[in-house]
Design a protein around this ligand. Structure first.
Ligand SMILES: [Zn+2]
Length: 318
């Protein structure tokens, strides 16, 4: 009996300190790196993966994805003077932050651009310094003929245009903390594309801003579908865009639908991917019925086209 107790004490005496020590180290923040090397089975090695494309075409949107096996505190993505804070979701036991970025054909230049990502996880803060090459792209020229009074707006509407420009700029730069969008986007109408993003536009022979959206052929009154889940941020009736709907998809992604005959949603309304937001028409400055779609990403108007054909993984490649 005594012998048995002695053996138990001996066993406990040998093993107990080891167990306590292992748990103690494992529970401490910041000790993981040293601890894992000695005892790989007692803790999961912290691993954070930052993915993004090496290069993209001028005007094209792209994604940055931070994946970690530890809960992410905050991820901040610095791009073109903006600090983007993507929402964090849990997928397959991984903690994931997904940010959409891009350049605007209006003012972007080709070349290498800095992409800096800061990741806070369980008290640690890491910084990832990367670059993305913006590839130059030659956009075709498009000549349009419009009645002179449509090219140069009459004086009495200049105040109106200035007022609307402010509202549009503000709406385009909304940043909602929760990401609602997912890829690929839903095509807003069935019609084919009549004018691509980036076209160098000439109105009656005079150079104008490039085309910063996509035009879809569509008969009058065709239903227009939201490209992704979101909340209606603005229903407007503007000089250039006519009757228009803006949907906020969260984390700095806004879709804009122009020249509607009739919006069918109200501001503040939640919409799902593929839900009708209005009907096609000819309001604003147009020559015939069509849908103009623009996508704002962190305030920049990007090429919507890749968002309809690529999934999340494909938007991280190249
Ligand atoms: Zn257009």
């Amino acid at each position: 009996m005594l012998h048995t107790i002695r053996v138990i004490i001996l066993i406990v005496g040998v093993f107990l300190p080891t167990l306590v020590m292992a748990q103690g180290i494992g529970l401490q923040d910041g000790d993981e790196a040293g601890f894992v090397n000695d005892n790989a089975t007692a803790a999961v090695e912290p691993e954070t993966v930052v993915a993004h494309p090496q290069s993209v075409n001028l005007g094209d949107p792209f994604l940055v994805r931070v994946t970690s096996n530890r809960p992410l505190g905050e991820v901040v993505v610095h791009w073109e003077g903006k600090s983007v804070v993507p929402s964090i979701s849990v997928w397959n036991d991984k903690h994931v932050a997904l940010a959409m970025l891009g350049t605007d054909v209006l003012n972007a230049k080709a070349g290498k651009k800095d992409l800096v990502i800061t990741v806070s996880a369980e008290g640690d803060r890491s910084e990832y310094k990367r670059t993305v090459m913006i590839r130059d792209k030659e956009f075709p020229r498009q000549d349009l003929k419009l009645p002179p009074k449509m090219v140069t707006p009459p004086k009495e509407v200049l105040d109106r245009i200035a007022r609307e420009r402010k509202i549009i700029a503000k709406t385009r730069s909304i940043y909602s903390p929760q990401r609602e969008w997912s890829l690929p986007f839903f095509r807003p109408v069935r019609g084919s594309v009549s004018s691509d993003y980036g076209l160098k536009r000439f109105l009656n022979g005079k150079p104008r801003n490039p085309h910063r959206g996509m035009d879809f052929r569509s008969p009058m009154g065709n239903p227009i579908k939201s490209v992704a889940d979101g909340i209606v941020a603005l229903v407007g009736d503007h000089y250039y865009a006519g009757k228009s709907v803006y949907v906020d998809h969260g984390n700095g992604v806004i879709s804009m639908y122009f020249h509607l005959s009739k919006p069918t949603v109200k501001e503040g309304q939640r919409v799902e991917r593929g839900q009708t937001v209005g009907l096609t028409g000819t309001t604003g400055r147009v020559t015939g019925p069509h849908l103009h779609l623009s996508i704002a990403v962190q305030g920049k108007l990007v090429n919507p086209d890749p968002l309809f054909v690529k999934n999340t993984d494909q938007m991280l490649e190249e």
